[in-house]
Design a protein around this ligand. Structure first.
Ligand code: CP3
Length: 348
């Protein structure tokens, strides 16, 4: 085993500029791959897939075998935290996640971390098996949802367009809503420590709905909980890099970086490349941010944009990724085309 410091993705996370840049894609395991759909069919439910190490390992490895990405991301979901805390999650075909919503402080009584690690033990087992099974140059990324994003699902009872109930609770009773955020923050920090103990070499925090909050609420519900999680992880595992993904944060990406102490930020599709190069990259490693629609389109549009991203961000610490998860209709051959473009990029 080489020193983990020699893995290209970890080197980029420690601040090195690498040519060609390391690459992985959010949702690289998933429904755009026929081999994923086969395992998914056999698993029955989506959570059964997440909680069965044999199958979760298999779908994590599928995109590594097919494309040779520089990182594998644990196959799981951000909603295993509410599920582990005692708010059961169901995934209904074509409808996304469903939970019985928690809408006030009385609803918090059902949440407990007492049995959480038993429920989530299969996830830790998946991480352990992956750290054995992965090729030695591939970095194993663990992850969790950030508290605000996870809380929106817990309060709305599923996906939402406007997060009206969550925002209303956070505004009318910030203390009560803050207790929910505190519960999720503590559980998430614990959960991530266990992933690291099991072999995760880097962590990504997904705050997919950070971008709906005005700056004062962003401070309280995004920056503060993310900072608390980073600090809890760093206290125990100072050498494990953390990537934050406050999707849609806009100019607040800067404050997020300064105040959370993340090692890297994942840029969403809307972040201008030159602004990221000037304002963000001098402070942290940046990751991103190809529009998943461009990957879906493929062809000349993909070639042009992928090259532009590498040309603008590739001179500093950089990891190539999408600006959000892969779209399920994406032709698998477009992903192969993307890797050819990036890995040929040192010649341009
Ligand atoms: O390859 C990977 O990136 C690792 C696995 C992963 C999944 N979800 C698998 C998954 C990761 C990192 C996630 C994160 C996640 N889950 C987020 C944050 C990132 C983002 O996309 O913004 C969020 C918001 C969720 C919650 C979630 N999970 C929703 C809303 C849905 C339903 C929507 C859909 O696409 O069906 C899921 C289901 C889910 N999570 C699937 C996968 C592969 C599809 C389920 C299936 O196979 O039937």
């Amino acid at each position: 085993m080489p020193k983990s410091g020699q893995k290209s993705l970890l080197r980029a996370l420690r601040g090195e500029a690498i040519t060609p840049p390391p690459v992985w894609l959010m949702r690289q395991a998933g429904r755009y791959l026929p081999e994923y759909r086969d395992v998914r069919r056999k698993a029955g439910g989506f959570l059964e897939l997440c909680y069965t190490p044999e199958m979760a390992v298999e779908v994590t490895l599928q995109p590594i075998r097919r494309y040779g990405f520089d990182a594998a991301i644990l196959f799981s979901d951000i909603l295993v935290i509410p599920d582990g805390l005692g708010q059961p999650v169901r995934f209904e075909e074509g409808e996304g996640p469903k939970l019985d919503p928690i809408r006030d402080t009385a609803g918090l009584a059902q949440l407990s971390d007492e049995r959480m690690h038993d429920r989530l033990a299969p996830v830790y087992e998946t991480v352990r098996r992956l750290s054995q099974a992965l090729p030695q140059e591939v970095t194993l990324i663990g992850f969790a949802g950030a508290p605000w994003t996870v809380a929106t699902y817990m309060v709305e009872g599923g996906s939402s367009r406007d997060f009206a109930v969550t925002r209303a609770w956070s505004l009318s009773d910030p203390e009560g809503f803050g207790r929910l955020i505190d519960i999720v923050t503590a559980a998430t920090a614990d959960y991530l420590c266990r992933q690291i103990e099991a072999g995760a070499e880097a962590i990504q925090l997904f705050d997919s709905w950070a971008g709906v909050l005005p700056d004062d609420a962003f401070q309280r519900w995004v920056i503060e909980p993310n900072a608390r999680i980073v600090s809890a992880l760093k206290e125990r595992f100072p050498d494990i890099p953390v990537i934050g993904f406050p999707r849609g944060a806009g100019v607040l990406y800067e404050r997020y970086i300064e105040q959370t102490a993340v090692d890297a930020v994942s840029l969403d599709t809307t972040v201008p490349l030159s602004w990221a190069a000037e304002r963000l990259q001098p402070k942290v490693t940046v990751q991103g941010n190809l529009d998943p629609q461009v990957l879906l389109a493929g062809g000349a549009a993909l070639e042009h944009r992928a090259r532009e991203i590498v040309a603008t961000l590739g001179h500093g610490p950089f990891i190539f990724n999408l600006g959000h998860g892969i779209i399920k209709e994406t032709p698998p051959e477009n992903v192969a085309q993307l890797l050819d473009i990036i890995r040929g990029s040192e010649k341009n």
